[in-house]
Design a protein around this ligand. Structure first.
Ligand SMILES: C[S@@+](CC[C@H](N)C(=O)[O-])C[C@H]1O[C@@H](n2cnc3c(N)ncnc32)[C@H](O)[C@@H]1O
Length: 292
């Protein structure tokens, strides 16, 4: 695995056949990626108004929800050219509630990125306490932009964060939306079958996936549990295929790819997270029987 810094407009000769971590803003780096190349893109973009990553113009800090959605549509439009015609896109997004026009969030000692110097205003047409439905709004916008929306996988988290609310159920799921670039695409359903009720039989994978979250204290954001990513990598790419994660974070997609003999290209803005990801991937044997 190689680390590369890709500056805007700078043309670097890159050996794309290797697994790589590319340092930079996805909006610049994506232009330099090879066309029609990736079996799939698997990622979790920053959530809207939830984390302060401390960058000017960061995705997720748009005042208006429509601007956040538009930024993501543009990122994934550019990525569509890089995904093979038979490729897929898998996007994990969490939802949030309107802030009731509070414009900040208290310091969180355990997680400084949760301290917000801004809080987006309540989107037009919504009321205080409304669940915004961000994941679905993004999914519909990507669908309208040409992606085929193929599945809304519910990631059920039995060990979700407790909430002090008494007037609604505790939020215990997130979505993983599956899109394809074309009507026909690569999807190895055999590789991810699940046990059927009849003993010894297997059936097509269902759309609710129960996976506990796993703490990763070095990162100030939620990382994917490897168990959640394993079936996506298996179903969406052949052995030796290429997978892109444009919001690489602590590199879980890279770890899973390495363990399952897939190649990966990860894009990440933050040098500290790149170092965490690189160390983590280096330590991971291929295959890693302890990972899942
Ligand atoms: C939710 S985290 C991803 C976590 C990752 N799925 C994991 O398992 O470690 C989102 C990441 O996107 C990065 N990021 C935010 N804006 C970016 C941008 N414009 N270009 C590249 N990376 C960005 C953040 O620094 C953060 O590490």
């Amino acid at each position: 695995m190689q680390l590369l810094e890709l500056k805007e407009k700078e043309k670097v000769k890159v050996d794309w056949s290797e697994s790589l971590i590319l340092e930079g803003d996805v909006r610049n780096v994506v232009k330099q990626l090879p066309d029609n190349f990736y079996s799939s893109c698997i990622t979790s973009p920053p959530y809207w108004g939830l984390r302060d990553y401390g960058y000017e113009g960061q995705i997720g800090a748009e005042t208006l929800l429509e601007d956040f959605i538009q930024d993501l549509v543009e990122v994934f439009r550019a990525i569509r050219d890089k995904v093979r015609d038979d490729g897929t896109l898998w996007v994990n997004l969490g939802d949030s509630y309107t802030s009731g026009n509070r414009t900040w969030r208290e310091k969180d000692k355990k997680n400084p990125a949760r301290e917000m110097t801004y809080r987006p205003p309540t989107p037009a047409g919504l009321k205080p306490k409304d669940l915004i439905g961000v994941p679905w709004k993004v999914a519909f916008a990507l669908q309208a932009d040409g992606w085929y929306l193929r599945s809304d996988i519910i990631w059920y988290k039995p060990n979700c964060q407790p909430e002090s609310v008494k007037d609604r159920p505790t939020q215990s799921h997130e979505y993983f939306f599956m899109f394809s670039k074309s009507e026909k695409y690569y999807y190895d359903h055999e590789s991810i079958k699940e046990p059927a009720e009849a003993k010894g039989k297997l059936r097509n994978r269902r759309s609710v996936w129960q996976v506990n979250t796993e703490p990763f204290p070095e990162a100030h954001f939620a990382t994917f549990p490897p168990k959640l990513i394993k079936p996506i990598v298996q179903a969406s790419s052949p052995k030796d295929g290429y997978i892109l994660d444009p919001f690489f974070g602590a590199g879980t997609v890279g770890v899973v790819c390495k363990s399952l003999n897939r190649n990966y290209h990860g894009i990440e803005l933050n040098k500290d997270y790149i170092n965490i990801a690189a160390k983590r991937i280096k330590k991971c044997p291929s295959p890693d029987p302890t990972l899942f």
